[in-house]
Design a protein around this ligand. Structure first.
Ligand code: HEM
Length: 485
C-alpha cells in the first residue's frame, strides 16, 4: 500500500477534498511547521461517530480554537473552563509522562502478572486456535485497570469481552453506516456506555480524599489524571455525566487500540524463528535487575539492542495510521505546495515505513515489506548495517563497542508510527514499555510453538484495519504453549 515518495494529491470523499502528503521532505517540513496546524477535529469526529456523543456537546470541541498550549492562542476568546482541547491534552501528559508513566507502568505490571498467573499455564503443552485471542483479554484488562482502577471491570463480568468485540466495528461507525445496518455495534456501544456510566456513578458516590494513595491513585477513579478529568470536564458548558462517560470510553478505546497487537506481533516474529528466540533469550539473560524492581527493570530492558530493534521493526512493518493536519486560520505552505486554509491533510505511515530510498535492505535481501529483526542494529565495523541506506559515520565506526547497537530512526521522518507533531501519540512511552515488558515476560517464562508459521514466512495482515493503527493478522494463528522448566 505505497503511494510513492514525496507525493501530494487530493481525493474527494463525501464532497470533501482530502490531501494526501507523503515523502520524508514533506514530513520533515510539516513536522517543523510553526503555528497551529492541528485541531481537535479527530476527537470531534470519533466522539460523534464512534461514541455517539450529541452534537451540542461535541460543538464545545469544534468551537475551541485556543490550542493545546498553556497560553491560549492569540485570536481565541474561549472561556478557560471550555478549553477542552488543552485540558484533554494536559491530562494525557499527566498520565503518560514523568512520574505518571512510572505509576502507570507499575500498576500495569502488577495487574498483568496477576492475570498471567490466572491463565494457569503449566509445564505440559496446551493448544489454542488463536494466539491473539489468547493474550488479548489479559492485556486489555490490565491496561484498563492500570488507568481506571478495578471498579469498571467489576460492574459487568462481560465488560472486557464486550470491549474487545466492539473494536472491529469502529470502521463501520466511522463511515456513518445507519444503525439498522450495524445493530450489534450499537448494542455493544450502549452496553459499554452503561458500564462506564455505572463506574462513574459508583466512583462519584464513594470516593473520598482519604482514599488517595501515596502514588496519588485511588481505587475508585484509578489514576489521578482520571479524577482531574472529572473535575475539569464537569465544568464544561453542555457536558453532562453521559458526555463524561463517553470521554473515558474514548480514552480507554484509544489506549487499547494498538500496543497489545504490536506486542503480540513481537511474540509472533520471535517464536517463529528459533534462532531469533535463542538470541533474545541470550540478551535477556544479561539483565541484572529483577522484574520486581519495576522502574529499574523496565529501564534496563529498554536498553537491550535486539529487543529494541524488534520493537521498532514491528511498528515499522505493521502500523497503518495517518496523522491529520489542518490550519484553520492560514494557508499552509509545505515545500512547493500551498494548501488553502482549513484543508484536511493526511500523512500516512505506510509510505514512510516502506520508503526504499531511506531504509536499509542489505541490497534487497531484507525488503521493506518483510520483517528483519536486525534492521535497527548497527554492527561495529559493518558499514552496511543500521536502519538507513544513508551512511552515518558515527554509527559505522563503533570504536570500543562489543556488540551491535540499537539505532533509532525516530528523527528520520521515515519512522512515524506514533504520528507527527504536537499531537503525536502521548501514550508512546507507555506503549514501548508494555511491548518490551510483555515480550520479556513471555520469552523468559514460556515455550510457544506456532506450527503453521515458517521462519521466513510472511504473516499477512488484515488491511481492513488500515487507518486505525497496528494491523491485525489476516487469519487466526494456532499455537501451543507450556511453561519453561
Ligand atoms: C504501538 C502502539 C501505539 C501506536 C502505534 C499509537 C499511535 C497513535 C497515533 C498515530 C495517534 C494520533 C496522533 C495524531 O493525531 O497525530 C495516537 C493518539 C493517541 N494515543 Fe496512541 N498509539 C499507541 C499506543 C498508545 C497507548 C498504549 C496509549 C495509552 C496508554 C495511547 C494513547 C493515545 C491517546 C490518548 C491519543 C490521542 C492524543 C490526542 O488526541 O491528543 N496510544 N496514537
Amino acid at each position: 500500500m505505497s503511494l510513492g515518495s514525496n507525493a501530494v494529491f487530493g481525493v474527494k470523499i463525501l464532497g470533501h477534498t482530502l490531501y494526501v502528503l507523503t515523502g520524508r521532505q514533506n514530513v520533515a517540513t510539516i513536522r517543523k511547521h510553526k503555528g497551529n496546524i492541528t485541531d481537535p477535529g479527530v476527537h470531534e469526529f470519533c466522539l460523534t461517530r464512534v461514541f455517539g456523543v450529541g452534537q451540542k456537546a461535541v460543538n464545545v470541541y469544534s468551537s475551541d480554537n485556543s490550542g493545546i498550549q498553556t497560553k491560549p492562542a492569540a485570536a481565541s476568546s474561549v472561556a478557560p473552563h471550555n478549553r477542552v482541547d488543552y485540558h484533554t491534552h494536559k491530562t494525557f501528559l499527566k498520565i503518560f509522562s514523568g512520574e505518571g508513566l512510572n505509576t502507570m507502568f507499575k500498576r500495569w505490571h502488577v495487574s498483568f502478572s496477576r492475570r498471567l498467573d490466572d491463565l494457569r499455564i503449566e509445564n505440559q503443552w496446551t493448544e489454542g486456535p488463536d494466539l491473539e485471542g489468547f493474550w488479548m483479554p489479559s492485556l486489555v484488562a490490565s491496561l484498563n485497570e492500570a488507568i481506571a482502577g478495578p471498579v469498571l471491570e467489576s460492574v459487568n463480568p462481560m465488560f472486557t469481552k464486550n470491549f474487545m468485540e466492539f473494536y472491529p466495528y469502529a470502521h463501520s461507525l466511522m463511515r456513518g453506516l445507519p444503525k439498522w445496518l450495524i445493530p450489534r455495534a450499537i448494542h455493544l456501544r450502549n452496553t459499554l456506555m452503561r458500564d462506564f456510566s455505572t463506574w462513574h456513578s459508583i466512583a462519584r458516590a464513594f470516593f473520598q480524599d482519604s482514599d488517595i494513595e501515596e502514588d496519588n491513585t485511588d481505587r475508585w477513579w484509578g489514576l489521578s489524571a482520571i479524577r482531574d478529568r472529572q473535575r475539569l470536564f464537569s465544568k464544561v458548558d453542555n457536558w453532562d455525566h453521559s458526555t463524561l462517560a463517553s470521554l473515558d470510553f474514548g480514552l480507554l478505546w484509544g489506549a487499547n487500540l494498538n500496543s497489545h497487537m504490536a506486542a503480540i506481533w513481537m511474540i509472533i516474529e520471535i517464536y517463529k524463528d528459533a534462532n531469533l528466540l535463542e538470541r533474545v533469550r541470550g540478551e535477556l539473560s544479561t539483565m541484572t535487575t529483577a522484574p520486581s524492581e519495576r522502574t529499574q527493570w523496565i529501564e534496563e530492558l529498554g536498553k537491550l539492542p535486539l529487543l529494541q530493534s524488534i520493537y521498532a521493526e514491528v511498528l515499522r512493518l505493521r502500523t497503518g495510521v495517518q496523522t491529520v493536519f489542518r490550519d484553520n486560520r492560514n494557508d499552509l505552505q509545505v515545500n512547493d505546495w500551498c494548501f488553502p486554509k482549513k484543508s484536511l491533510i493526511i500523512v500516512p505511515t505506510m509510505d514512510a515505513h516502506h520508503d526504499s530510498t531511506y531504509w536499509n535492505t542489505k541490497n534487497g535481501l531484507h525488503p521493506t515489506n518483510r520483517f528483519w529483526s536486525d534492521r535497527f542494529l548497527a554492527y561495529p565495523g559493518d558499514p552496511s548495517s543500521g536502519p538507513s541506506r544513508e551512511v552515518d559515520p558515527t554509527i559505522r565506526m563503533g570504536a570500543g563497542q562489543q556488540g551491535p547497537r540499537y539505532v533509532s530512526a525516530s528523527s528520520s521522518d521515515a519512522w512515524i508510527p506514533y504520528g507527527v507533531g504536537e499531537r503525536a501519540c502521548p501514550g508512546r512511552h507507555f506503549a514501548r514499555r508494555e511491548m518490551l515488558a510483555f515480550c520479556a515476560i513471555i520469552v523468559e517464562n514460556f515455550d510457544i510453538e506456532l506450527p503453521l508459521l515458517s521462519k521466513h514466512g510472511y504473516v499477512p495482515a488484515n488491511n481492513t484495519f488500515y487507518g486505525l493503527g497496528v494491523l491485525r493478522p489476516k487469519t487466526s494463528i494456532p499455537f501451543r504453549i507450556k511453561r519453561r522448566s
